[in-house]
Design a protein around this ligand. Structure first.
Ligand SMILES: NC(=O)c1ccc[n+]([C@@H]2O[C@H](COP(=O)([O-])OP(=O)(O)OC[C@H]3O[C@@H](n4cnc5c(N)ncnc54)[C@H](O)[C@@H]3O)[C@@H](O)[C@H]2O)c1
Length: 365
């Protein structure tokens, strides 16, 4: 895989101001070594912020290679037990930490609740105690799952049921309650993210399709792939976090924003990936329909609040991101594409499986 500069974009801006209004600030980014965080950190640093990273490094710290020297500091800690000093001198917080999809949340619902729900709330309370106002929280459009067909905005009467969505909703609600105590929480409900990150995830639908096309030449369409999903590029999500951080408090205090480029049907994504891979490699990519799984996620969201209120419009399309991904991973060693660290649930299961052996044999010697 390569960290070369991305494929030149279309030149369309997403609305993020070219310069930070007040870069003389220290931002604590919790979970910043992950897929989104590894793209966000250099962007924050390039805007002149001092960036403190707090992370447990579940997936390692390799993605920090290019930014580690520029970080104000690195706090290796669990978000469930934040050391008091981690918030010293901090002006604002961006929280990306916790279990970041349905399978990992269901793998250990108790840990998921502690990380995604309780720790999100506790970090909010710590901010209030310290007089830290801005708190940008990475929530998810999966909160809309289970809603009737149609387009849903931030006012939809959501009724999350799954472990992941329920914990994210609790986090949202608790942060919103803290507005009365002086917190300025901004909730970003991100669509499913796509595109290249130095900490790569191949368990997200577009990235998975690219990997499957490269490795097996075939894409599976469960239930025909007619389900709708909101999607967004990892660069746009990162910039949306920054826009939410920098916006005037009166525009964002206690507000929820959906963050997506567009709603796509899974089938359409497969066709975009198949066509792109075919064009680049010359190899035909097959699409195969398989029976629908018991549980399917199928929902559409509106991104108009983000554009109307903040003037922010995600700009990187799936086609552009896939082209960029192919530039970067098209010639990767297959082992890099199947590295278990690029699949959150696989990595968690593996860590769990290895734990007893690691406790007995810390080294092979
Ligand atoms: N990637 C997506 O498609 C997507 C979509 C919607 C919402 N989100 C949300 O955005 C956030 C970031 O997602 P991501 O794709 O970068 O996830 P990721 O799994 O790649 O990264 C999560 C990071 O948080 C760290 N972390 C996890 N639990 C921790 C703990 N208890 N203490 C300290 N650090 C911990 C991990 O080590 C990792 O670096 C998550 O909250 C996720 O729920 C992601």
């Amino acid at each position: 895989m390569t960290n070369e500069p991305p494929t030149p974009s279309t030149g369309r801006g997403n609305g993020l101001a070219t310069e930070a209004p007040d870069p003389d600030q220290t931002i604590l980014v919790a979970g910043g070594a992950g897929y989104i965080g590894s793209v966000l950190l250099p962007r924050l640093l390039d805007r002149g912020y001092r960036v403190r990273l707090l992370d447990r490094f579940y997936f390692g710290d390799q993605s920090l290679a290019d930014v580690r020297d520029r970080l104000e500091s690195v706090v290796v800690a669990d978000v469930r037990e934040i050391p008091a000093a981690a918030l010293d001198g901090v002006d604002g917080v961006i929280n990306l930490s916790g279990l970041s999809n349905d399978p990992t949340a269901e793998f250990d619902p108790a840990a998921n609740w502690q990380m995604n729900a309780i720790a999100t709330e506790n970090l909010g309370r710590l901010c209030v105690e310290r007089g830290i106002e801005r708190y940008v929280f990475a929530s998810s459009c999966s909160l809309y799952d289970g809603m009737p067909p149609g387009m849903h905005d931030e006012t939809a009467p959501i009724q999350p049921r799954a472990a992941y969505a329920t914990s994210k909703r609790y986090g949202e609600e608790k942060l919103l309650e803290l507005v009365d105590e002086g917190l300025c929480p901004v909730i970003l409900r991100n669509g499913t993210v796509y595109g290249y990150s130095p900490r790569m995830r191949f368990d997200l639908v577009v990235n998975t399709f690219v990997k499957d096309a490269l490795l097996g030449g075939k894409l599976m369409l469960h239930g025909g792939g007619w389900m709708w999903r909101p999607l967004v590029d990892v660069r746009d999500v990162s910039d949306a976090m920054i826009a939410a951080y920098e916006a005037p408090a009166e525009k964002v205090r206690g507000e929820i924003f959906n963050v997506l480029h567009s709603n796509y049907q899974i089938r359409e994504l497969a066709m975009i990936v198949a066509g792109s891979v075919q064009l680049v490699t010359g190899r035909a990519i097959g699409l195969e329909e398989t029976p629908a799984p018991k549980l399917t996620r199928d929902y559409e969201c509106s991104n108009s609040k983000l554009s109307m209120e903040l003037g922010f419009i995600p700009r990187h399309s799936v086609l552009e991101a896939v082209t960029d991904l192919l530039d970067r991973v098209g010639h990767a060693n297959p082992a890099e594409l199947t590295d278990p660290r690029c699949y959150n649930i696989r990595w968690l299961e593996l860590m769990n499986e290895l734990k007893p052996s690691l406790e007995r044999f810390a080294t092979v010697l």
